[in-house]
Ligand binder design. Structure first.
Ligand SMILES: [Cu+2]
Length: 80
């Protein structure tokens, strides 16, 4: 994540597995101290310059949105 938001902001993954996502918050990111998956009840703190791993539950085909908690930075996981 940089000052431009999540890069990439959209990822397509196979459904049915438990995706493991790694977030690295660049020092330039002025926002994004947390990553929130509202529909999944997941909220994870993202300290600057650290890589944080978030494991999602096994889900069927759907789109899962995530954000920095305020909606400044937004991303999407597409499970198909
Ligand atoms: Cu924010």
């Amino acid at each position: 994540m940089t000052q431009h938001g999540y890069e990439p902001s959209r990822i397509t993954l196979p459904s049915g597995a438990s995706p493991i996502l790694a977030f690295t918050r660049d020092a330039s990111a002025t926002c994004g101290a947390a990553v929130v998956f509202p529909e999944l009840g997941i909220r994870q703190a993202l300290p600057p310059r650290e890589t944080v791993v978030v494991r999602l539950p096994s889900l069927g085909p759907r789109q899962v949105s995530f954000s920095c908690g305020m909606g400044t930075y937004r991303g999407m996981i597409v499970l198909r």
